[in-house]
Design a protein around this ligand. Sequence first.
Ligand SMILES: Cc1cc2nc3c(=O)[nH]c(=O)nc-3n(C[C@H](O)[C@H](O)[C@H](O)COP(=O)(O)OP(=O)(O)OC[C@H]3O[C@@H](n4cnc5c(N)ncnc54)[C@H](O)[C@@H]3O)c2cc1C
Length: 93
Amino acid sequence: MSAPHGVFQLLRGPLDWSYTTTPQPHLDGREIPISGGRLLGGGGSIHYQSWFHGHRLDYDTWSARGMKGWSWDEVLPAFKRSEDHELGASHWQ
Ligand SMILES: Cc1cc2nc3c(=O)[nH]c(=O)nc-3n(C[C@H](O)[C@H](O)[C@H](O)COP(=O)(O)OP(=O)(O)OC[C@H]3O[C@@H](n4cnc5c(N)ncnc54)[C@H](O)[C@@H]3O)c2cc1C
């Protein structure tokens, strides 16, 4: 797996909307920088490409509420197909 660490050089530059929150009372008044992709493709063009599985219970709840094909057992094969790691398989594989 490789991650686009060069993305950090894009932050707060011309391809970043460079938003900032209002002063946050529960963070001692600090303003928090929030990035947003200012280019074709939006945030997806500059993001870190990291992701993680949701919890089994979430998928099974969606499925039980009528989302056909979204149970954990149905989505797990798709997760497996999209994953690879130089250190080998995880306990999910
Ligand atoms: C630096 C960074 C790292 C991230 N890393 C991850 C990650 O590792 N994993 C993950 O799952 N998610 C990550 N995200 C979040 C993810 O990229 C976003 O949640 C996702 O791209 C949002 O998609 P969207 O289509 O809702 O909005 P956006 O992709 O933000 O699309 C909105 C589009 O509208 C345009 N726009 C906005 N305002 C205007 C305006 N007034 N006029 C014209 N155009 C306008 C923007 O330029 C942009 O192209 C990251 C985001 C950033 C910024």
